[in-house]
Design a protein around this ligand. Structure first.
Ligand code: AMP
Length: 212
């Protein structure tokens, strides 16, 4: 199974990706996680990406496509892409890559959440610096303050979860990622899911869609 999960920042892509990839036993590729790990390592890609990420801008297509293509090609299992593609150019290049390998995308799931809820979720979000696990400090904080429930890593606030960067990220989503949704929707590959409900219920809706 080859799936793309789209949705604005804060729509729960990370949480749903974990549920989906575990349930269907497929690889989860999150471009945000990949880039954050490169930033932590201080690699050339990380150094180039950091300045864009901090203010909520997209990193240039050329860098992003190069970084993800090899990871996709090296996979021997199905996969779920989380946070990629985010521009029309990325979507078209992904289709070319996969169609050439005779492994087209099966389904695209697009999460929908209203803007006020997104902002409130992002302002109370924290992540594990080691494994990337997501927490909401108000509704689902880690059991031990500052430590990840899964791996014991440090819980941090993302540098782009501040009001200015959030507003920029939402605007970029409208401008750059909406055409991606239209692209998949016009090919009848896109399924929309309201993601304001409890995460487990949202996953149930997605599972029914994917099992069809
Ligand atoms: P995310 O964790 O998905 O919210 O991504 C965090 C940041 O990583 C984004 O705000 C961008 O700066 C960068 N990023 C992630 N995925 C992409 C992508 N497909 N294209 C360009 N930049 C990306």
């Amino acid at each position: 199974m080859r799936i793309i999960l789209l949705g604005p920042p804060g729509s729960g892509k990370g949480t749903q990706s974990s549920f989906i990839s575990e349930y269907y036993k497929i690889s989860h590729l999150s471009t945000g996680d990949i880039l954050r790990s490169e930033v932590n390592k201080g690699s050339d890609l990380g150094i180039s990406a950091k300045k864009y990420m901090e203010v909520g801008d997209l990193i240039p297509d050329e860098l992003m496509i190069k970084a993800i293509n090899n990871k996709i090609l090296n996979l021997s299992t199905g996969f779920l892409l989380d946070g990629f593609p985010r521009t029309l150019n990325q979507a078209q290049s992904l289709d070319t890559l996969l169609i050439n390998k005779n492994k087209p995308i099966d389904k695209v799931v697009c999460l929908k959440v209203n803007k006020d809820e997104i902002i409130s979720r992002l302002l109370s979000r924290a992540i594990c610096n080691s494994c990337g696990n997501n927490y909401n400090l108000l509704s689902s904080p880690p059991k031990q303050k500052g430590k990840c429930d899964s791996c014991g890593g440090d819980i941090i606030t993302r540098s782009d979860d501040n009001k200015e960067a959030i507003s920029n990220r939402l605007q970029i989503y409208e401008e750059m990622t909406s055409p991606v949704i239209n692209y998949y929707d016009s090919g009848k590959r896109c399924f929309f899911v309201t993601a304001s409900d409890e995460p487990q219920n949202v996953f149930e809706t997605i599972r029914k869609l994917l099992d069809k």
